[in-house]
Design a binder for this molecule. Structure first.
Ligand code: ARG
Length: 430
């Protein structure tokens, strides 16, 4: 009898149904509940390995719990580790345009090691990497998970999909070179095969380009890429594999078509109008609008090799995108935080918070976009079906950042985060 109950206890433990005892303690001066927006004073976060075990007021800790090894952050405000839903960790922001041609995937992966560190040090404990040649993002994710290098948790897409000559293609060289990118696929069947192949080689997410882009040569931000039938095939195939779909789209036609095809998020969403906002709202789709990067492109882009035609395109996109961001916020759309870091310097991911507040969000909404709402879009869950990241609650990864002061009153505090904890491990101290 005893053997049986011991066995069933072990089985239950293995299945994660019984919470093992906590082994560590973090004391928070204040803890921000990103669901309610409330700040709770004097909280104890009990950890069990890399997960949150439970959270309670410090004065309710048992004598036994008080003995646990502790990290004392009683002078700080704690919140969940931040999430950037649109980065390119293997992209070097100093090498745009034709300079990109000199970069092998191996070189990009090596660059990604330092970019991953800078991103984590900035307080971003989870990122979604949307587009990497040669599956360098898969390798980077796996090296981080294996503990070989430090970096954020990564959800990755592998190479972005697009049509021949699309935003994800290599359009820099003439026909003689026959250059094309990993993710190019045309027609429903080829697109399905490409989705399958991306999943086979380790992608968690499917990214495709539904319009031209700013930084690609010879593409029009207003022109749609892929037919509705092609997008529908892509989305169906991805959903069959349980993958989230992110569509790059600036122009209105491409935005609407991608929404109609059922994508989970529109990246950039620059020229979105009221009708498309309604469509996104009805579908529950998210917008990931990178409203900081325009400043960087226009100020530093030329020196980094960004093509003159791209600078000209950016002048037609940046301000309108910000105005439309304001509209989307007013309409109450789902918005997740994404910056396109990699186009600009890694580790400056938090600069966008202040822009989001300038353009219509409350500081709490901006923080929710980079925690709770980003996590909901990621839809990355533990065995109990609860979010793994973006919230501090029992069963989630013990990922958090600490700032001195109240970020709800001063959002720019997030630009210089002094303490970062990932999986219960303190990876940055002041
Ligand atoms: N990767 C994007 C593109 O090339 C960057 C767009 C940046 N501009 C902006 N206003 N968000 O299209």
């Amino acid at each position: 009898m005893r053997v049986i109950s011991a066995l069933s206890l072990i089985t239950a433990l293995l299945a994660g149904q019984v919470a093992a005892a906590p082994d560590k303690l973090i004391i928070a001066g204040q803890l921000l509940d990103v669901r309610s927006g409330e700040l709770h004073a004097e909280q104890a976060i009990l950890l069990q390995q890399d997960r949150v075990h439970s959270i309670m007021p410090v004065n309710q800790l048992s004598t036994e719990q008080q003995q646990l090894p502790r990290t004392d952050l009683s002078a700080y405000t704690l919140l969940p580790g931040l999430i950037d839903m649109h980065v390119h960790l293997t992209a070097n922001p100093a090498q745009h345009g034709y300079r990109r041609l000199q970069q092998t995937p191996a070189r990009q992966a090596l660059f990604g090691v330092t970019a991953a560190q800078a991103t984590l040090q900035a307080g971003f404990t989870t990122v979604r990497n949307l587009g990497a040649a040669g599956f360098t993002d898969v390798d980077l994710r796996d090296a981080i998970n294996a503990g070989e290098i430090r970096g954020p948790r990564m959800r990755v897409s592998g190479p972005s999909l697009c049509m021949t000559g699309g935003h994800c293609d290599n359009n820099l060289l003439p026909h003689t070179y026959q250059a094309s990118s990993d993710g190019v696929a045309n027609g429903a069947d080829a697109i399905r095969a490409k989705v399958r192949s991306n999943m086979k080689y380790g992608a968690d997410v499917i990214k495709f380009t539904a319009t031209g882009g700013v930084l690609s040569r010879n593409t029009d931000v207003n022109a749609s890429q892929y037919s509705l039938a092609e997008m529908q095939a892509l989305v169906e195939e991805a959903k069959d594999r349980g993958a989230i779909v992110a569509a790059h789209a600036h122009g209105l036609r491409g935005i609407k078509r991608a929404l109609e095809a059922g994508v989970h998020s529109i990246e950039h969403a620059s020229f979105i109008d009221d009708e498309a906002i309604k469509l996104a709202k009805r579908n529950g789709s998210y917008l990931v609008m990178d409203i900081y990067v325009s400043d960087y492109i226009l100020q530093e882009g030329e020196a980094a090799g960004i093509l003159p035609e791209s600078l000209a395109k950016e002048r037609t996109v940046g301000q309108l995108q910000r105005q439309n961001f304001r509209k989307a916020v007013k309409a109450g759309l789902n918005i997740a935080y994404g910056t396109d870091a990699g186009v600009y310097t890694h580790g400056l991911n938090a600069r966008q918070f202040n822009y989001m507040v300038q353009w219509g969000m409350t500081p709490l909404q901006a923080i929710q976009s980079a925690t709770l709402h980003a996590a909901e879009l990621l839809n990355w869950r533990n065995e109990q079906g609860q979010l793994n990241v973006g919230v501090l609650q029992a069963g989630a990864y013990a990922d958090m950042v600490a700032v001195k002061g109240n970020p709800l009153e001063q959002i720019t505090l997030l630009e210089q985060i002094p303490v970062v904890i990932k999986g219960g491990e303190v990876v940055k101290t002041p």
